[in-house]
Design a protein around this ligand. Structure first.
Ligand code: ADP
Ligand code: ASP
Ligand code: MG
Length: 412
């Protein structure tokens, strides 16, 4: 008997039949004595549909408050249908929106952060032997306005509920049976990992592996919530996200996984003065535009001038290009160029800390596939490179091979 939060993503509740299938497996766990809080996403594709309707109505700037009211409806559909399906099976269940169980967030619409959860009502239902079904991805701010937690945010709702309720484990059920060495949709030989450290999972998530929302991993690490990724279609133990321990690190692979992100664009400003304040003159106004900058690279100056390259989200590319071009003279830049057909590929592994030569293996492998690296950044447990988007799959597979990550290979 365990106290669990189980979260089901969009594909897992994508049709009425799938919702009924989820209800059946919940009934089995409930019959076996588990105490269950269930978090669900909107049916697959629904959130995208709602976003595009909003864009049709407000093409220039979408009102974020109203957008959150709209987007939260996707999850409201699934909580009701799942509770009905459970009741049809003779299991007592009750559905709640984020507001009903007071998932209190800040007021940053579309990327709100959870502040607290009032667990009283949930606990009372659990005491009555009910399964509690909560809408993921949404909360309410102090004004009582509906907020949403950013795309993929149901993962974070689940972890936050598990932390608030002090559950034994938070289980994320999805359309893959765990966290793989890389996205199995790109490399079919990717291998499921039995365990991955929080640190590595955080890097993988922030570098583009969307299997878990980054905030969910942060939250689980901070509040010590045991987190597991499992398939809702195939039985198994999935992948446990753990703290690194001595025993694990002894057999740690050099590289645990490969993440990638197609959502970035690169901008280069050349021939600016190599003096204090230049980086600020370029990047300061960009942050005021509320645009997040990811990689930043400045060359060693020559002839008192220098070049600057940075990356932004692809959706922001045109806005930033237009803005900088309009200020080219003021910045004293020789040119402003960009490319929005790039992709970032990263290798991640805590094993990198204690081993030299991993970067050169990465560079050699990409060069053998004739892939040009445009930008490179490193940190203690990851190396990221920007390459042309058209070579993304080729690059991921080459690196997967180089670091022996495939199913049949022995990890170096
Ligand atoms: P859900 O709708 O259940 O939240 P997501 O689409 O958000 O599911 O996440 C699952 C998807 O994440 C998988 O279908 C897979 O393509 C993708 N993915 C990316 N990187 C990885 C990885 N390293 N391991 C497993 N899945 C990954
Ligand atoms: N339905 C939301 C989304 O598509 C939240 C989630 O699925 O986690 O992003
Ligand atoms: Mg998801």
């Amino acid at each position: 008997m365990a106290f669990l939060v189980k979260k089901y993503g969009g594909t897992s509740v994508g049709t009425v039949e799938r919702i009924q299938h989820v209800a059946k497996s919940l009934k089995e766990a409930h019959d076996a004595g588990d105490k269950l809080v269930v978090v669900v996403s909107a049916m697959s594709g629904e959130t995208n549909k709602l976003v595009s309707m909003a864009r049709e109505v407000q093409p220039a700037v979408v009102d974020v408050r109203e957008l959150d009211v709209l987007l939260s409806t996707g999850e409201q559909v699934t909580i009701a249908l799942l509770s009905m399906a459970l009741k049809e099976l003779g299991v007592d269940a009750c559905s709640y929106t984020g507001a009903q169980v007071k998932i209190l967030t800040d007021d940053s619409h579309s990327k709100a952060r959870i502040v607290s959860i009032d667990t009283k009502r949930i606990e009372a239902d659990l005491d009555q032997g009910r399964i509690v079904v909560v809408a993921g991805f949404q909360g309410v701010d102090e004004q009582g306005d509906i907020t949403t937690l950013g795309r993929g945010g149901s993962d974070t709702s689940a972890v936050a509920l598990a932390a608030a309720l002090k559950c034994d484990e938070c289980q994320i059920f999805t359309d893959v049976d765990g966290v793989y060495t890389t996205d199995p949709r790109v490399e079919s030989r990717a291998r499921r990992l039995d365990r991955i450290t929080f640190e590595e999972m955080l890097e993988m998530a922030s570098l583009g592996s969307k299997v878990l929302q980054i905030r969910a991993v942060e939250f689980a690490g901070k509040y010590n919530v045991p987190l597991r990724v499992l398939s809702s279609f195939k039985p198994g133990n999935g992948t446990l996200i753990t703290y690194d321990d001595e025993e694990n690190s002894m057999e740690q692979a050099l590289v645990s996984g490969i993440a990638f992100n197609r959502d970035e664009a690169q901008i280069t400003v050349t021939g600016v003065a190599d003096t204090p304040g230049t980086a600020f003159a370029i990047l300061g106004p960009i942050s005021e535009l509320n645009v997040e900058v990811d990689m930043i690279i400045q060359n060693i100056g020559a002839n008192d001038t220098t070049d600057f390259t940075f990356t932004v989200h692809r959706d922001e590319y045109q806005r930033v290009m237009d803005f900088l071009t309009s200020r080219q003279e003021q910045l004293g830049a020789a040119s402003i160029t960009g490319n929005d057909r790039i992709a970032k590929v990263s290798i991640v592994g805590v094993g990198m800390r204690s081993h030299a030569g991993i970067a050169s293996r990465m560079f050699k492998s990409l060069s053998e596939s004739s892939i040009n690296m445009r930008l490179i950044t490193t940190s203690e447990i990851k190396i990221s490179v920007v390459i042309d988007e058209k070579y993304l799959e080729l690059g991921v597979r080459a690196l997967h091979e180089e670091f022996g990550l495939a199913e049949s290979e022995v990890v170096a």
